[in-house]
Design a protein around this ligand. Structure first.
Ligand code: PLP
Length: 391
């Protein structure tokens, strides 16, 4: 018997577990100090009533013989796939509901997509970025190359013609930097993917936080993307579904690579290893895309974005460089006085009881930076901001 030795190559400490461990140790040593959590990217606002009402009536349906449902449609219920297609169409993007697959969230889809690709492919990742892209490909035994983000390129690395890649991940708005690619930058990425014969995996989990009307929310706003790109999205951050679990992927039938239809492969993969997202959750998700649902979730998004503004204003007052926080719920902070990411993390924790997330945990190019999440409560953010001003 042999285990998957690639899985043993993963570093023991998943970033958020290590942050959690240090916070728990701090809290144990300092039980009287209130921890100001601006670290882990989980939402804090409860679900809007209109969403829980939709969930409750789906629960009632399940309890009546006339409306009870067992296994659902393999790709997700058509009412939800149509609601999502309609959401895209409001932005002028035509997506056929047939190309939409409902899941229990973006993390699962990102990991499961690995089933579609050969282990010999080279993966290209921006650095820093959401660690799941790297870890899932390490587990699959793939070679990973990086393009570094920096202050100079606005943490938006652009394709390098000399780098050969088969699978390209983009995260825009980016976790952790909050940077968002503009239309001409995404056009260059689509062209590069087509030239390379590569597949582009576009993670749009934070698109609903984009405030600048000129910035693209979807890769399918770019001509030619349907021939090279899969888009992964989620209701986790758009609608507070981190604990509810619902996401989707768009896998266009136009996407043909290596003589195969990735759409057909994904359909086969999902119908083999997944039995669908709960009907109750899909009804709640459908409501998110209604006019009232969108109004409700945008109130919460505005609340979180105000948190980001408060954090950024405090950092500016303290003379500390930061970026992000304008079209994304993350503020990316340069550690002052040449401190490393974990040193700055420890300093904030031990001096002010403020928790951030060390940038180095998102890739080597994140060293010297720290991520603040704006998903905390206003009370937490205001208390943290008052202390940051004095930094
Ligand atoms: N993609 C990015 C960039 C994320 O930051 C996250 C969660 O933090 C996810 C995907 C995972 O989302 P989900 O909750 O839908 O699994």
């Amino acid at each position: 018997m042999r285990v998957n030795h690639n899985a043993l190559k993963l570093e023991n400490n998943y970033l958020f577990s290590e942050v959690g461990r240090r916070l728990a140790a701090f809290q144990k040593e300092n039980p009287d100090r209130k921890l100001l959590k601006c670290s882990i990217g989980d939402v804090t606002r409860p679900l809007p009533r209109i969403i829980t009402d939709a969930m409750n009536s789906a629960v009632e349906e399940m309890g009546r013989a006339e409306t009870f449902r067992g296994y659902g449609a393999e790709q997700g219920e058509s009412f939800l796939r149509e609601a999502i297609a309609n959401y895209y169409s409001k932005r002028g993007i035509q997506i056929d509901p047939v190309d939409i697959f409902i899941s229990d969230g973006a993390k699962s889809d990102l990991g499961n997509m690995c089933d579609l690709f050969d282990a010999d492919n080279t993966v290209l990742l921006p650095n820093p970025v959401y660690p799941v892209y790297y870890d899932t490909n390490v587990m699959a035994g793939r070679r990973v190359v990086f393009l570094d983000g920096s202050k100079e390129n606005g943490f938006l690395p652009m394709p390098d013609e000399s780098v050969k890649a088969d699978i390209i991940y983009l995260c825009s708005p980016n976790n952790p930097t909050g940077a968002v690619y503009n239309r001409s930058q995404l056009t260059a990425w689509v062209q590069y993917a087509i030239d390379q014969g590569a597949v582009l995996l576009f993670d749009a989990a934070y698109e609903s936080y984009i405030c600048d009307p000129t910035l693209p929310h979807s890769i399918y706003e770019i001509a030619g993307a349907e021939q090279c790109a899969i888009e992964i999205n989620s209701l986790s951050k758009m609608a507070g579904f981190t604990g509810v679990r619902c996401g989707w992927s768009v896998v266009p039938r136009a996407l043909q690579l290596d003589g195969a239809s990735l759409h057909d492969m994904w359909f086969r993969r999902m119908s083999t290893k997944y039995n669908g997202t709960s009907y109750i959750i899909q009804r709640a998700a459908e409501k998110v895309f209604s006019a009232e649902g969108q109004a409700a979730v945008h109130e919460d998004i505005a609340y979180y974005m105000e948190n980001a503004r408060i954090l950024k204003a405090a950092l500016t007052k303290a003379g500390i460089w930061s970026t992000g926080g304008e079209n994304a719920p993350y503020v990316w902070v340069q550690a002052p006085d040449g401190l490393g990411s974990w040193e700055f993390f420890d300093k904030l924790l031990h001096t002010y009881a403020i928790a951030g997330t060390p940038g180095a945990g998102f890739g080597t190019a994140g060293e010297g930076y720290l991520r603040f999440s704006s998903f905390g409560t206003r009370e937490t953010v205001e208390a943290a901001a008052a202390l940051l001003e004095t930094l």
